[in-house]
Design a protein around this ligand. Structure first.
Ligand code: GLP
Length: 256
């Protein structure tokens, strides 16, 4: 595990963008796993800037998104399909046929999830998976109690997640109760997992994920067993970490 602590949200976003961009430069046809939520917006803004100002080329990149609400059409402004186009895809040179977001309107969700997993396999697996973390410690929509071996499937959201995400909807009743999500097992197969977390509201959650026991009650904690998990945090999110100074020392003394 590598824990990188940056001063604030902007620095966190720039650091994460550097990691993603260095992969895209090294492997122009890489497979990126992408996340939604407010956390990665700064990372996406920085990638857009790199595309526009530095010519970072996404033309051969393939993307897979983690999850999608069930019952929201692609055109709904709170669908993750819409979010990704609005915050990233419409502003860089990705090929539309290389973009994959689970379809929350799929007639047969189970078959769709199987197909989604097959598409990931056919693309050669995910090189780098961007992750956020929910207030209850979830990654994607793998709520507490999700099997740590789970695959892409339908999940019922917890009340906490519904409450957290209600800020994006007019009223809480509008928040979908179900989602399609990559499983914990699916995410763990990514070659690199890059989790971003900012703000003091999530300090206790990120402490559980990084320094607590590995448990299905905090699905992000399974990243402790991933061979290449990178956490990029801001100071506020890192404030409760016991080994905070050590993580900083390691980062500052990294060999070239
Ligand atoms: C949703 C998404 C997660 C995301 C989480 C946190 O539940 N399914 O992938 O990590 O929200 O969102 P935010 O970054 O807005 O706190």
């Amino acid at each position: 595990m590598e824990v990188i602590i940056k001063a604030d949200y902007d620095e966190m976003s720039r650091e994460a963008a550097k990691i993603v961009a260095s992969l895209v430069r090294r492997k122009p046809n890489c497979v990126l796993g992408l996340a939604t939520g407010s956390t990665p917006i700064g990372l996406y803004k920085e990638l857009i800037r790199m595309y526009k100002e530095e010519g970072l080329d996404f033309s051969k990149v393939i993307t897979f998104n983690l999850d999608e609400y069930i019952g929201l059409p692609r055109t709904h402004d709170q669908s993750y399909h819409y979010f990704m186009h609005d915050n990233l895809f419409n502003h860089i040179n990705l090929s539309p046929q290389n973009v994959h977001v689970p379809d929350g309107m799929a007639e047969d969700p189970e078959a769709h999830c199987e197909w989604y997993e097959e598409q990931i396999d056919e693309a050669g697996g995910i090189d780098l998976q961007v992750l956020g973390i929910g207030g209850d410690g979830h990654i994607a929509f793998n709520e507490p109690g999700s099997s740590l071996a789970s695959r892409t499937r339908m999940k019922t959201l917890t009340q906490e997640t519904i409450n957290d995400n209600s800020r994006f909807f007019e009223k809480i009743e509008d928040v979908p109760r179900y989602a399609l999500t990559m499983g914990v097992g699916t995410i763990m197969e990514a070659r690199i997992c890059l989790l971003l977390c900012n703000g003091s509201k999530k300090a206790a959650t990120i402490k559980k994920a990084i320094e607590g026991p590995v448990t299905a009650m905090v699905t992000a904690s399974v990243l402790q067993t991933h061979p290449r998990a990178i956490f990029v945090l801001d100071e506020a999110a890192a404030s409760q970490l016991e080994l905070k100074d050590y993580y900083k020392w390691v980062y500052n003394n990294k060999p070239e």
